[in-house]
Design a protein around this ligand. Structure first.
Ligand code: 3NM
Length: 209
């Protein structure tokens, strides 16, 4: 898959009254280079409409587009890939359905990361690094898990969970070169500016490697 630096995930609860596409376009303008539609509330029809709208937007800007959970929506909206949690469809089954599309897997322990790599995931999520209300049910994994993945995993990985501009330096120092955030990006009063600030920090950290 095309490499990425800043992964922005939708979270409409964080921008009440603001249009989804407008907010995500601002994220792209600020440098987000991969977008994920994550929506646990909408029905199928609404989800498909959002996916198709985000596909138009991301195609216009040459940005990778991923759909969370719903393989059928990802296929119908011509997304670049899907993102699956540990409790979702097994990777090997998803691979049969999506062929060469990107498959991302959330991981919370090194055994899960190694298994995802072994089974052919294109990238993994590593988190939640910090406690987060966005996925309150998930226990934080801490920076030591990021360090372990950086040392042992060869496929691309992205750190996620409670990452803010004021704690991202520590996450980058733990060895990730990619950052994913929901609330800090889409809940910002300056979405593009927040993304630019993330990108600056990611680039600074990459230049030290
Ligand atoms: N997945 P925020 S943490 C969607 O660890 C998601 O797999 C996680 O939201 C994981 O940036 C998370 O607002 C929530 O903390 C990230």
């Amino acid at each position: 898959m095309k490499d990425f630096r800043l992964y922005a995930i939708t979270g409409e609860q964080f921008h009440p009254g603001r249009d989804l596409i407008e907010v995500m376009e601002e994220a792209i303008m600020g440098g987000a280079d991969i977008l994920q539609l994550r929506d646990k509330h909408s029905g199928r029809e609404e989800l498909l409409r959002k996916a198709k709208d985000l596909r138009v937007l991301t195609r216009k800007h040459g940005v990778t587009f991923i759909v969370n959970d719903h393989v059928d929506i990802a296929l119908e909206a011509e997304a670049d890939g899907i993102h699956l949690g540990q409790g979702d469809m097994p990777l090997t089954e998803a691979r049969k359905l999506v062929g060469g599309k990107i498959i991302g897997i959330s991981t919370h322990a090194i055994e899960e990361a190694l298994a995802a790599e072994e089974q052919g995931a294109d990238y993994i999520g590593v988190g939640p690094v910090y406690p987060t209300a966005t996925k309150a049910e998930a226990a934080p994994v801490s920076l030591s898990y990021v360090r372990e993945v950086a040392a042992r995993i060869r496929i691309p990985f992205v750190a996620i969970g409670g990452i803010k501009l004021d704690n991202v330096d520590a996450v980058l120092a733990a060895g990730t070169t990619r950052i994913c955030a929901v609330s800090e990006i889409v809940g910002s009063s300056d979405v593009a500016g927040t993304c630019r600030a993330f990108i600056r920090k990611i680039e600074e950290s990459r230049s030290r490697i």
